[in-house]
Design a protein around this ligand. Structure first.
Ligand SMILES: [Zn+2]
Length: 255
């Protein structure tokens, strides 16, 4: 269920976790701990999985957004949380449901809720300044990363008073597996030189983790990579290995 969990008690009051495929009730390619794909999974299964995640993290709610590979950061307020219920995670995939906020990062100073980003090869990045109590979670796939989602997220945190920001880069497809057309690799390397890489079979690739590490360092964020490759390790969902795969999450919270 939780592949990696940094306990708030051991991390100045900020918890960070990344999930794997196990411990849920979804079936088939979504099996079993699908926390995304609300469009194709059984609503009851997603609800149960999210509820199990909330229990495992010790939070009242798991907040998600409608990820669109952009750079918008949603500031989650106490007022937003008043409207957040067990069905909210399903958005308007559930008939009559409230559409989710379109964003690729969330930032908050609220306690008792986890911000969760849903991925299957894209890079989830947790950020926190434990001293000022500002936390954020970002979805950084190739497009969002190059659009500057991590920069926007750090800016949004600083606007809320964050000064000393720590980062945790979660499981994603590694540069040695993430093959892309030559032109795409060149564009990425031009914008973010640290992404330049060759795959294990010698073709052009993109190293998102190295790119994020370099960018966060330049933004004054002290980051660590908790990044086993999703494509290589079957305990994670991987869109590239299995296009029907479910979604794992990266989550950050303050109890
Ligand atoms: Zn890999």
């Amino acid at each position: 269920m939780l592949r990696m969990r940094i306990d708030p008690g051991a991390n100045h009051g900020v918890g960070v976790a990344f999930t794997d495929r196990h411990g849920g009730v979804s079936t088939g390619s979504l099996g079993s701990f699908n926390l995304g794909r609300t469009d194709v999974d059984e609503p009851d299964a997603v609800r149960t999985n999210v509820s199990r995640l909330a229990s495992a993290l010790g939070v009242d709610a798991v907040v998600v957004c409608h990820q669109v590979h952009g750079d918008r950061v949603w500031q989650v307020t106490a007022e937003d949380l008043e409207h957040w219920g067990p069905d909210s995670v399903l958005g308007d995939d559930l008939a009559g449901g409230r559409p989710l906020e379109q964003a690729d990062a969330m930032v908050t100073t609220c306690h008792g809720v986890a911000l969760a980003i849903r991925v299957a090869d894209c890079m989830p990045v947790a950020l926190a300044d434990p001293r000022t109590g500002v936390i954020a979670m970002a979805h950084a796939g190739r497009t969002g990363f190059l659009a500057g989602v991590l920069e926007r997220t750090v800016e949004a945190m600083r606007a809320l008073g964050a000064t000393d920001i720590l980062g945790w880069i979660g499981p994603h497809i590694c540069g040695r597996c993430y093959e892309v057309p030559e032109e795409m690799a060149e564009q990425a390397a031009e914008a973010a030189p640290a992404t330049a890489v060759r795959t294990r079979w010698g073709t052009p690739g993109i190293d998102l983790g190295a790119g994020a590490m370099a960018q966060l360092e330049s933004l004054g964020v002290e980051a660590v990579g908790l990044d086993p490759c999703t494509y290589e390790h079957e305990e994670f969902f991987s869109h590239r290995r299995d296009p029907g795969a479910g979604r794992l999450v990266g989550a950050v919270w303050m109890p």
